[in-house]
Design a protein around this ligand. Structure first.
Ligand SMILES: Nc1ncnc2c1ncn2[C@@H]1O[C@H](COP(=O)(O)OP(=O)(O)OP(=O)(O)O)[C@@H](O)[C@H]1O
Ligand SMILES: [Mg+2]
Length: 108
């Protein structure tokens, strides 16, 4: 399994989650976050806004699906301007459903 952390512009969150849902990826976690990328925020004269608001969508998925999910996020959240966001992917070892106590089956 993979865990995808997609950090996107707040105004893109609804589109991203709606398209993911329409393609069969309905389970996700959303978080409002603040951060900065390589431009270190926005600098206007002496003012520095170095923690800009973004939305983070976290999706745990089967290995076979993660490239499709990344493609969906990029196609949906991209404007081509700086600050469009980032996607980070990590391997996930185990997943449990609290309701049943079951450990999810892993793919390869
Ligand atoms: N290396 C990083 N580690 C953790 N979070 C990051 C990292 N880079 C960016 N982020 C997060 O992603 C958000 C958006 O980053 P941003 O889109 O500005 O990335 P960038 O690499 O500067 O790309 P661009 O040049 O397109 O602006 C940041 O506000 C921050 O929350
Ligand atoms: Mg940036």
């Amino acid at each position: 399994m993979k865990m995808i952390f997609a950090i996107v512009r707040p105004e893109k969150l609804k589109d991203v989650t709606t398209v993911l849902d329409s393609k069969g990826f309905s389970s996700l976690t959303e978080m409002s976050v603040r951060g900065r990328g390589k431009q270190r925020g926005i600098h206007i004269g002496n003012m520095i806004y170095d923690k800009l608001p973004k939305e983070m969508v976290i999706i745990v998925c089967q290995n076979k699906d993660y490239e499709e999910i990344i493609k969906i996020v990029i196609e949906t959240a991209q404007t081509g301007n700086i600050g469009d966001g980032k996607i980070f992917v990590v391997d996930v070892g185990e997943e449990y459903t609290i309701r049943t106590g079951e450990k999810s089956k892993e793919d390869v």
